[in-house]
Design a protein around this ligand. Structure first.
Ligand code: PAF
Length: 285
């Protein structure tokens, strides 16, 4: 694989290689099996794959979170060396390269701006779309790979593609979990041991909640999720919403759910000092 850190070299390499479809996997590094599953999906479908490693400052609404974000570049490159091929590219730009001037663009995504992550991390998706649109315009990929764990991010990116008529297909890969059920995340490495031990409660609670849907209605289910998780010391639920998978409109009663439509229970939890998100499908039977 080639490691490239400037836009100029990246674009001239892509031009010379002249292969298609080009697959793109955007990451912020601190790679885990979830990222590697995206890279494997990309290499299985695309003769040329670009993986970016860039901790994008504009999507952090908390300076401390940005400062603490893990950056194990050497380890990441060694992991990618095992799954990428000779002509694939790892793009590792710095802030000057990605933001030569302040990016003042404001993106609007309707309902997606008014729920869940958007409410709790103001400006986060604007930053995500600033950087992802930059990448799409620089790399011009045919396919871009994202993880289902960032459920709302996927919806925002699809809307970004629709609004800007980018010619990229968004591929979504399932959540990869630790053996105890915790969704893999670069932030898991920052959990204190006692918090890490209790963190599987998040997946357990939302899984049980998805089964409860058969006999119970949503207020009771939401209550169950919050109480179960908050029993663990240092855990507090920021939100738990059941939303449709298209417009992400929350439902507050089973009566609002339509058979055949797809719904997801999405959660954000403060686990000690770290914020974790997860989601699971809710099926009306
Ligand atoms: O999901 C992430 O890791 C980031 O939001 C992304 C898509 C790489 C943009 O910085």
């Amino acid at each position: 694989m080639k490691v490239i850190s400037t836009i100029k070299e990246l674009q001239s390499t892509l031009k010379n290689l002249h292969q298609s479809p080009v697959g793109f996997v955007p990451t912020m590094g601190a790679l885990h099996k979830g990222h590697l599953s995206l890279v494997n999906a990309a290499t299985s479908q695309c003769p040329l794959v670009v993986v970016s490693i860039y901790v994008n400052p504009t999507q952090f609404n908390n300076k401390e979170d940005l400062r603490k974000y893990p950056r194990p570049l050497k380890k990441d490159l060694s992991l990618l060396g095992k799954v990428l091929r000779n002509n694939d590219i790892v793009f590792t730009p710095d802030d000057k390269e990605m933001y030569p001037a302040e990016d003042k663009r404001i993106f609007r995504f309707g309902n997606l701006d008014n729920i869940m992550e958007a409410l709790h991390r103001p400006g986060h998706f604007n930053g995500v779309t600033q950087i992802v649109s930059r990448f799409f315009e620089i790399i011009r990929p045919d396919l871009a790979f994202f993880g289902q764990k960032d459920f709302q991010q996927v919806a925002v990116i699809k809307e970004l593609v629709r609004q800007n008529r980018y010619k990229v297909k968004i591929a979504v890969n399932p959540i990869i979990r630790e053996p105890d059920g915790l969704a893999m995340s670069s932030r898991n490495a920052l959990l204190e041991p006692s918090v890490r031990k209790n963190a599987p409660v998040i997946h357990k609670a939302i899984y049980t909640a998805s089964v409860m849907l058969e006999g119970k209605d949503i207020p009771e289910i939401r209550d169950y999720v919050r109480k179960t998780i908050e029993k663990k010391a240092g855990f507090s639920v920021e939100y738990f919403e059941i939303v449709d998978d298209k417009k992400l409109v929350p439902v507050s009663s089973k009566k609002q759910m339509k058979k055949g439509n797809s719904y997801y229970g999405c959660i954000a939890v403060r686990a000690g000092k770290i914020r974790l998100i997860d989601n699971i499908e809710f099926q009306l039977v």
